[in-house]
Write a new protein. Structure first.
Length: 565
């Protein structure tokens, strides 16, 4: 049999054990010449009897995986060094082999674009602050990345990383004092929602009913079919004639409370179908405990309090979910993140007024009437004995509407405002607030330098504070800022931080220090969600069939899967 010639285009060549090549050296040289990193240490095994290229053998596969992973890591390291400054994001999780895995990511600005890249996944025997610190430091040293160039660090709120005295962030600041720590904003927002919903009794009962509805309907195919039947029946009777979406009840997330907005939305759009489903099961079910459970849920759902909570909490959680989704984006910068949190706070405060409550109340009354749900009755006023209240004429008697407004509506909003103000302003608020004034719409404020100077002082090792002040004053009186604002106005949008950064990059001679401060603001991470996305890939790669995979192979496969661009 004639020997096959080596294909010129390696990408079109199918490596198979039965594919013959002229010789092992020629095959090796061909792959090396076409590969991105030219690995000279790959040994290509051959079957000496028929000269077949054994690409499918484990050894060559592991070598190829290692080579590609090394090439990706080398490119990431090159970009980190070229960026001059970086931040780290870290989080840990157990894999299926019961090994605690620490994901270490780097965030930097490359060609004006924010990038968050996986650096390594390291096994941890313990997760103390000291162990985490040594692991991260050793990995950075192996990669040749200067520890002193770190300007930011972002983790969750666990004490081993957030501790101000012996936590990971404190140990890193001992070496790099400018490495400002940020508690992941996505986690903080989740804690805000937990605080709010857990400290109001009506909200607690509401979510308890939602979870019971999910378990009752969605865990049984028969009851789920009844639920879908009533949805289709109601949709068919709609006069609009448009095909409507069929909803499925969602399980309440225990960790991501903002995602509970999806659960509320499903109930909100199918409340009539849910009531009809519970009524049918209550009347036709032969098993006593199932019928009794349906009856209990029916009474809970057909209650004015439940419908009012549905209207109010749907609004609150949808607002929170929008901000939560934004906070989880990879290209989020400090300025934008702080603005979205401030917008959420302003929106919640705006909801706390009598007219807004009246809107929710009227909507609830209308919906309850259409569903034949009774409105709350005025409770009988109990007159106190004169020995307890010597002036009963001055007693205040609250209506049912007043009680809902005070004990539920205002209470939920007040709890949320208080939690946002206390949790988000807890860590490094002055520095982050100063960076927030780098926004084009705020940098022209006469008080801008007062706030920006705090951030400039924090990062004074990277820039000249006096020159930053001069450049800001120059920018405030220049046509450059006016043109940016005017262009955004014509496009019917707000001028963004990115607009100003790109404009200043074009004039480094005039705004060199200010540009560097803005680059630092882009480098600082606000969330550690990229590390959590890494864990999703970890579950796919190190599955239950691959629990014995070596760490070196795992790292290479993780880099190939995550950094595939």
């Amino acid at each position: 049999m004639a020997e096959a010639s080596v294909p010129q285009d390696l990408s079109s060549y199918e490596y198979e054990p039965s594919c013959p090549l002229p010789s092992g050296r020629e095959a090796r040289d061909h792959v090396i010449s076409k590969g991105p990193c030219q690995p000279r240490d790959i040994n290509f095994p051959l079957d000496n009897r028929n000269r077949k290229f054994l690409v499918s053998c484990p050894e060559i596969q592991n070598q190829l995986i290692k080579v590609v992973g090394s090439a990706i890591l080398d490119e990431i390291i090159r970009r980190v060094k070229g960026a001059e400054m970086y931040a780290i994001i870290a989080d840990e999780t157990p894999d299926l082999s019961k090994t605690e895995q620490l994901a270490v990511l780097v965030r930097y600005v490359w060609n004006g674009v924010i990038e968050e890249r996986l650096l390594a996944v390291e096994p941890m025997e313990e997760t103390t602050a000291e162990a985490l610190f040594h692991t991260i430091r050793e990995k950075l040293q192996q990669c040749g990345i200067e520890f002193s160039n770190m300007r930011g660090q972002c983790y969750d709120g666990a004490s081993n990383v957030s501790g101000i005295h012996t936590g990971l962030q404190a140990r890193i600041k001992e070496i790099s004092p400018s490495a400002i720590y940020t508690h992941c904003y996505a986690h903080v927002l989740n804690l805000v929602i937990v605080d709010t919903m857990s400290n109001n009794s009506i909200a607690r009962y509401f979510f308890g009913t939602l979870q019971n509805l999910y378990v009752f309907i969605e865990t049984c195919t028969k009851r789920h079919a009844v639920y879908l039947k009533h949805q289709r029946k109601l949709n068919a009777s709609d006069d609009e004639g448009k095909k409507k979406r069929e909803y499925v009840l969602k399980k309440l997330s225990d960790t991501r409370w903002a995602c509970r907005a999806d659960s509320i939305t499903a109930i909100y759009h199918t409340l009539e179908a849910v009531i009809a489903t519970l009524k049918e099961i209550r009347e036709n079910e032969k098993k006593a405990h199932i019928a009794a459970e349906a009856k209990g849920l029916f009474q809970n759902v057909c209650d004015f309090e439940f419908v009012l909570a549905l209207e109010v909490l749907k609004k609150v959680l949808l607002l929170s979910k929008g901000v939560s989704d934004k906070l989880q984006s990879e290209d989020l910068d400090v300025v934008t993140g702080c603005e979205r949190v401030a917008d959420l706070l302003s929106t919640v405060q705006a909801l706390r007024c009598e007219p807004k409550f009246e809107e929710f109340w009227e909507t609830t009354v209308t919906k309850c009437r259409s569903l034949n749900i009774e409105e709350p009755r005025q409770e009988r006023t109990h007159k106190l004995p004169r020995r307890i209240d010597d002036n009963p004429d001055t007693a205040v008697h609250l209506t049912s509407k007043d009680k809902f407004r005070i004990s539920f509506y205002y209470n939920v909003l007040d709890l949320m405002v208080s939690s946002i103000e206390s949790r988000f302003d807890k860590n490094n608020a002055p520095v982050l607030m100063g960076l927030g004034y780098l926004n084009p719409s705020r940098i022209g404020n006469p008080e801008a330098w007062k706030h920006i100077s705090v951030a400039a002082q924090w990062f004074q090792c990277d820039l000249d504070v006096d020159e930053v002040e001069s450049e800001i004053f120059s920018l405030q009186t220049s046509s450059l800022l006016a043109n940016i604002l005017e262009k955004a106005k014509l496009e019917k949008r707000k001028a963004s931080f990115d607009d100003l950064f790109k404009a200043l990059q074009a004039e480094p001679e005039c705004y060199g220090n200010l540009t560097k401060l803005m680059k630092i603001a882009l480098t600082l991470p606000l969330t550690s969600t990229s590390a959590e996305r890494t864990f999703s890939k970890l579950k796919l790669i190190k599955s239950r069939l691959r629990t014995t995979m070596q760490q070196e192979r795992l790292n290479s496969l993780m880099l190939m899967s995550i950094e595939d661009d």
